[in-house]
Ligand binder design. Structure first.
Ligand code: COA
Length: 150
């Protein structure tokens, strides 16, 4: 598997990004000011992550996704490790990632990768997304922000 930055804005893999963020309208509010990294194996795009600079010291993973047939094989963990390694090399001090209160697998994965809960943004999802999001039988309402020192 190789992970490279996408340079061609015309080939943004929205179907992949939509796995992590169900609104294309919202994706378009950040994707053009961010960097998109694509994981490729045997010529197929199998995963991606998006990095947005928050301030001089902080970078945020805005979207991380692995194509469904390739999930639960360790690729998400490798994408996170790549984002951490890259951000550290670039001199950032903190990396953050936000997820929903209902995203139990993601909360598990991020904490296993060294992130700690640093903030909660109540009603983040209910205020921004028209459709109700249900995961693991729980309504996704609040954003849980997790941070990791680099
Ligand atoms: N439920 C429970 N555990 C999960 C999980 C889930 N949904 N997703 C991952 N895990 C666990 C794995 O079991 C594994 O645990 P282990 O290290 O103890 O074996 C660990 O997390 C790493 O899993 P990995 O295989 O690297 O994850 P992945 O390749 O499936 O990628 C996502 C994780 C979240 C990127 C992927 O599932 C995905 O694209 N989901 C849809 C989009 C999404 O929700 N993105 C995040 C938005 S915040």
């Amino acid at each position: 598997m190789t992970i490279t930055q996408l340079s061609d804005q015309s080939s943004i893999p929205y179907e992949l990004l939509l796995l992590a963020d169900p609104s294309r309208e919202i994706i378009d509010t950040y994707i053009f000011d961010s960097r998109l990294f694509i994981a490729t194996a045997e010529g197929e795009t199998i995963g991606c992550y998006v990095l947005s600079q928050v301030d001089q010291a902080t970078v945020e993973i805005r979207n991380i996704a692995v194509r469904e047939p390739h999930q639960r094989k360790g690729i998400g963990k490798l994408l996170l490790a790549d984002a951490i390694r890259r951000s550290k090399l670039e001199g950032f001090q903190t990396i953050v990632i936000g997820t929903g209160n209902s995203s139990l697998g993601q909360l598990y994965l991020y904490q296993k990768s060294g992130f700690r809960i640093s903030a909660i943004r109540p009603d983040f999802f209910t205020q921004r997304y028209k459709e109700k999001i249900i995961e693991n039988g729980i309504e996704c309402r609040d954003m849980i922000v997790l941070s990791r020192e680099l």
